[in-house]
Write a protein that binds this ligand. Structure first.
Ligand code: NAP
Length: 308
């Protein structure tokens, strides 16, 4: 593949930043990767893993002369990063991010981004429950969506260049406004994580069931929630605080629907329960048909008698 940007600065080198580094290198999309992260420990690890060509704890230094800057930090840290890099950005550079909430990131970053720089907010819908530079891997974005939420008067050429970058990583790119993104993500990502955190927390609090029983019998359903509930606490705290309105709206709807199900169970209304469970099963089939998951039973986990 050809070089798309002469120098790329990665600000934040956790799961997303390091996965980007792997792919940028593997696909030869730049001549130089500059890695910046706030802590010396993470920077050292990134260097040991060979994720970049240059390393620094100064975001301002990292962005100097960079053509593409990708900010991959918890969304609550967006403003401080935007302020730190503002004075060092090269005219004509593209600044993008990967944050899971968009209206808040725009509000935090846009006011500090100079007019001669292209700011294009983005969000790759790809990830795992792991974090840190060791968690990244090549191919994370392959076949996944990346959503841009462009601000007013975004330069078409810059947009096209950034689209080309994500497409080179194997992503499919979509555009929508930030408020719409935040609503959609509240239901498809934020609510499921909040429910998982809550159910695992409830199980942890139950006094009638001991912790050892929760763990011993977890394969009956509980462990599927624990994957989501093991996600990075800082990242998810920030998502909750920075997509508050959409999340609260979805939680209100969720509570209403739960009350409906609760009532159906109380009154023995099997037809209502059956109808709901049939509808939800069809959603799983649609997800598989859309290529967003594979049709392996039990999420493809190996079982004891599987052929080696
Ligand atoms: P991560 O693995 O926890 O890495 C976070 C990175 O941000 C590290 O380099 C960390 O630096 C740095 N950082 C943390 N707090 C900071 C602060 N206050 N100021 C400056 N830098 C800070 O996180 P991630 O999973 O890559 O997530 C990064 C972004 O991607 C988040 O906005 C998240 O919403 C978004 N995202 C995540 C996923 C996912 O599944 N994880 C998917 C799509 C989008 P140090 O280690 O040096 O402190």
């Amino acid at each position: 593949m050809s070089v798309l940007f002469d120098r790329i600065a990665l600000i934040g080198i956790g799961l997303i930043g390091s996965s980007l580094a792997h792919d940028i290198r593997r696909l030869g999309l730049t001549k130089e990767i500059v890695v910046a992260t706030r802590s010396a420990d993470t920077l050292k690890r990134a260097e040991e893993l060979g994720l970049g060509d240059r390393y620094t704890t100064s975001s301002a230094e990292a962005v100097r002369d960079a053509d593409l800057i990708i900010v991959s930090v918890p969304v609550g840290a967006s403003e401080s990063v935007a302020k730190e890099i503002a004075g060092s950005l090269k005219p004509g550079a593209i600044v993008t991010d990967v944050g899971s909430t968009k209206a808040s990131v725009i509000a935090q970053m846009q006011p500090h981004t100079p007019d001669n720089v292209h700011f294009i907010p983005g969000h790759p819908l790809a990830g795992t429950e792991k974090s840190g530079p060791d968690a990244g891997f090549p191919g994370l974005f392959e076949g996944r969506w990346c959503i841009f939420t462009p601000v007013a008067n975004t330069d078409e050429t810059a947009l096209k260049r950034l689209r080309g970058f994500w497409e080179a990583l194997g992503s499919k790119v979509d555009e929508m406004d930030a408020e719409h993104h935040d609503k959609v993500l509240a239901i498809v990502s934020h609510l499921p994580h909040i429910i998982a955190y809550n159910i695992v927390g409830t199980a942890d609090d139950l006094e009638t069931v001991t912790e050892s029983e929760v763990i011993k019998y977890s394969a009956s359903g509980f462990r599927d929630f624990t994957r989501l509930a093991a996600s990075d606490p800082t990242m998810w705290r920030d998502v909750c605080l920075h997509n508050r309105d959409a999340i609260l709206e979805m939680l209100a709807r969720f509570s209403e629907d739960l009350a409906y199900l609760q009532r159906a169970i109380r009154w023995g209304e099997g037809d209502k329960i059956f109808e709901l469970f049939t509808r939800t099963r069809a959603i799983r089939r649609s997800i598989i048909q859309a290529g967003q998951d594979v049709d392996a039973p039990d999420f493809g986990r190996p079982h004891p008698l599987d052929k080696k």
